[in-house]
Design a protein around this ligand. Structure first.
Ligand code: HPA
Length: 271
């Protein structure tokens, strides 16, 4: 199991930004602009944080930004590492532990995903209400304590979900809900895998987020996760899938999330 350095990272961060964040955010492809919207920002390149995995995926920056959004203290990760980069599903353990060590009580995870439902086309947002892990891996492999037996029956926090629905309604934006199926990547799925995913109950598929959800529950954090549907999943749209297409559509969802997230953060952060 990879060593976990959350408390050490929290120390580095507190030395330059003593205020404790309430919420941690992990920004997926195309959402980097949200990190630029953080006010009073203090930036920590991942290289300055012990044990933080540096991601080489284009479209994913690599810094932790501490500051305020809607007057609420937040910690924002612009860029995440993926299982498929390292072959280690626990690669995000130190960052998620850092959120907890800093004092966050919740995390909001965002990602890009392939859509399986015709009525939720590319550019739409889907709030994740449950997940299916078909990767065969788990970020808690090797965890020696009984704490590894993390319950996931209520992994996705109903209170945070309600805040997302309220925020989307206030902004006049549609917000679908559904089940996200985690594939290891980095190759995209096959059409047969997507047919199987549909039968098994998936509404969207992707290569991230589920390890972070499991880690966040392990560390006692409340979780919300939202996908930008960037493409119809393999075999459901036209032609071959590409990372270029994912990056091209990501900003559509990002523009919507830029309107929703400050409302969610304000509502969660208000006493
Ligand atoms: N599959 C897996 N991951 C993804 C997809 C997809 O179709 N789109 C964006 N991320």
């Amino acid at each position: 199991m990879r060593a976990s350095h959350g408390p050490a990272c929290a120390e580095v961060i507190r030395a330059r930004r003593p205020a404790a964040p309430r919420i941690g955010l992990v920004l997926g492809s195309g959402l980097g602009a949200f990190a630029d919207a953080v006010e009073n920002a203090v930036r920590f390149p991942y290289a300055e944080l012990p044990g933080f995995p540096v991601s080489g995926v284009s479209g994913h920056a690599g810094e932790m930004v501490l500051g305020t959004v809607a007057g609420v203290e937040v910690a924002v990760m612009a860029g995440r590492a993926h299982y498929y980069e390292h072959g280690d599903a626990g690669v995000m353990r130190t960052p998620i532990e850092t959120f907890q060590a800093l004092g966050c009580t919740a995390v909001i995870l965002t990602n890009a995903a392939g859509g399986l439902r015709p009525e939720v086309p590319p550019g739409e947002l889907m709030l994740i209400t449950d997940h299916i892990n078909v990767s065969g891996s788990n970020p808690l492999f090797g965890e020696p304590t009984d704490r590894r037996f993390v319950g996931l029956t209520e992994a996705y926090d109903p209170h945070l979900a309600a805040l997302f629905h309220a925020a989307a309604a206030e902004e006049g934006l549609a917000l679908a809900t559904g089940t996200y199926m985690w594939f290891s990547g980095p190759s995209f799925e096959t059409p047969a895998e997507i047919r199987a995913a549909r039968i098994l109950g998936a509404d969207a598929v992707g290569m991230s987020t589920v390890p972070e959800v499991i880690l966040a529950r392990f560390f006692g954090l409340r979780v919300a996760a939202v996908s930008t549907i960037t493409n119809f999943a393999a075999g459901l749209g036209d032609g071959e899938l590409s990372h270029e297409d994912v990056k091209a559509v990501g900003p559509l969802g990002a523009a919507k999330l830029m309107r929703i997230l400050p409302r969610v953060i304000a509502a969660y952060g208000s006493p």
